[in-house]
Design a protein around this ligand. Sequence first.
Ligand SMILES: [Zn+2]
Length: 331
Amino acid sequence: MRIIAGLCVYAALASSCNSGGGPVQPPDLPPVQRPAFDAARAFTDLEAQCDFGPRAPGTQAHDDCRAFLLQRLQASGARVVVQDFTSRTGLSATQYDFTNLLGIFSENKPGDVLLLAAHWDSRAVADHDPDPALRDQPILGANDGASGVAVLLEMMRGFAATAPPRPVIVAFLDAEDQGVQGGPTLPDAGWIIGARHLADNWPADLPWPTQMILLDLVGGDSEHNDRVGTPPMSDDVFTLPMERRSLQASPDLVDRIWTIAERLGHDAFSRDLGASVIDDHVPFLEAGVEAIDIIEFVPPEWHTQDDTPDHCSADSLMQVGDTLLEYIYGD
Ligand SMILES: [Zn+2]
């Protein structure tokens, strides 16, 4: 399925404005320098999260990664907001400590508030592993969690160097990936607990976002993996189709992002219609935010023991991060 782009209409209108005799225009301001996206450095941030081990609820690795992300937010110059909460999960009746970590940049600048988000927890079970003996073990979550966080960490370096021209909130969301398909016991079957908590308990000292761009599973490679094979809904090429809920609810934002990616030659972005995914954008969509999810659904290693850095790609991180920086600074 292809979507007809309408941006040329807006571009044509904009270029015709003020032509021929209107009020004198102020001199053009120099364009804001767009930060570069360093793919190798982003990949190092993916590995750094995995070095803690699986960031499953209640683990030392989860605590360690929380401290790591908090330090990185504080070092970025953002105003940091920490939202601690407790919840059981779809996988366990235990009450765990969870934390959404947020930082706001350019909060005094005009413009719509953009929320950039990724989940930083990793799944406590590998229930899609081809080996049944490995399914009760936690996944490392190199792609499923760490990839989106790594893109945001690298973008934050850019925000620290050159403040975004509009307010941007970066959110590292906890407790996304602890649900059970069809589980009846919790809202959303125990998925997206952190995002639901954030949307329902938005910090009073942060502006409510107009737009949200969620990153999930944005680090996959394009290699065949013999051990996991090619499951249904997967292929061996890193591809970002248009997630169905995003396209239905926020078609203009999807089109803007995909158009920029095409202009930049980032060919992982595909105008194929993707699956409808329960992910952290859903509570914000329901609350009226123009929200989209950039997600490969599903990579072959999804929820298996092979969700490791050696099945991820720095180029994939770059395609997503470079596109988003262009959207924020240059579009
Ligand atoms: Zn997952």
